[in-house]
Ligand binder design. Structure first.
Ligand code: 1GP
Length: 229
């Protein structure tokens, strides 16, 4: 169940419909875990409903928290994004501060895992929502990676290209900087070949939207990642 060994995960959006049969195929695909997360229309009902359906399968499940209201018990971990290239401190630490102020006495700290995000697709919803500065070059990204590894000592650094296949050279350059911090890559993976390419460098490959567009291609990414050494 330890996320540190995860090579492949699927990210399911609680605001999107997934048929029971398709969910079963995802959960039984051999993937290492399921992340429940999305930035739009995330409601407590949507999150609970999806969690209950995933819980029928023997698979680790994580809530990637986008709104405090959607937090419910039952997850193996809660991944908490802090957007390193956001220009608004709200998305770096203010929402976090408010939540801890309100719920700090009840938090199971060992279940909380901080994720440093670098959002690099300017057109994705997360970039707009968090006012991410995506006009950054490789040097900037490397500096964020060093900040994550050496300064904040974050357990996870997440290179996020949501909806767009990213720059594999950049992912390779970031990986070169990281030892303790686990590198997640997510964005635009539509087939096994792309999954394999990113798996050469990312510790953990995240596959999202293709689940809803082409389930067979989505499933094919599991073996592609697992076979990459
Ligand atoms: C989104 O990184 C994930 O947060 C996955 O991206 O939906 O583009 O696969 P895609």
């Amino acid at each position: 169940m330890d996320f540190k060994s995860w090579k492949h995960v699927f990210k399911l959006d609680p605001a999107k419909f997934i048929h029971d049969d398709d969910l079963a195929r995802i959960c039984q695909s051999g993937t290492d875990g399921i992340i429940v997360g999305g930035s739009d229309d995330v409601t407590a009902e949507g999150v609970v409903d999806l969690l209950m359906r995933i819980k029928k399968f023997n698979i680790a499940v994580v809530l990637e928290v986008s709104t405090v209201e959607s937090v419910t018990p039952g997850y193996d971990y809660f991944f908490i994004p802090t957007v390193l290239n956001s220009t608004d401190t709200k998305w770096v630490k203010d929402i976090h501060h408010n939540a801890i102020k309100e719920f700090g006495d009840f938090i199971e700290w060992q279940q909380l895992i901080a994720e440093g995000y670098i959002i690099l697709n300017p057109h994705c919803k997360a970039a707009k929502l968090t006012a991410a500065n995506t006009l950054i070059d490789e040097e900037d990204v490397i500096a964020y990676a060093r900040m994550a590894e050496h300064y904040f000592k974050l357990p996870i650094l997440y290179i996020e290209y949501s909806g767009m296949y990213g720059d594999v050279h950049l992912v390779a350059a970031v990986k070169y900087e990281l030892e303790y911090t686990q590198l997640f890559y997510g964005g635009g993976i539509c087939n096994a070949q792309q999954a394999k390419e990113m798996a050469q460098f990312a510790d953990t490959v995240v596959v999202g939207n293709i689940i809803y567009n082409d389930l067979a291609e989505a499933i094919s990414t599991v073996k592609a990642v697992k076979d990459t050494v």
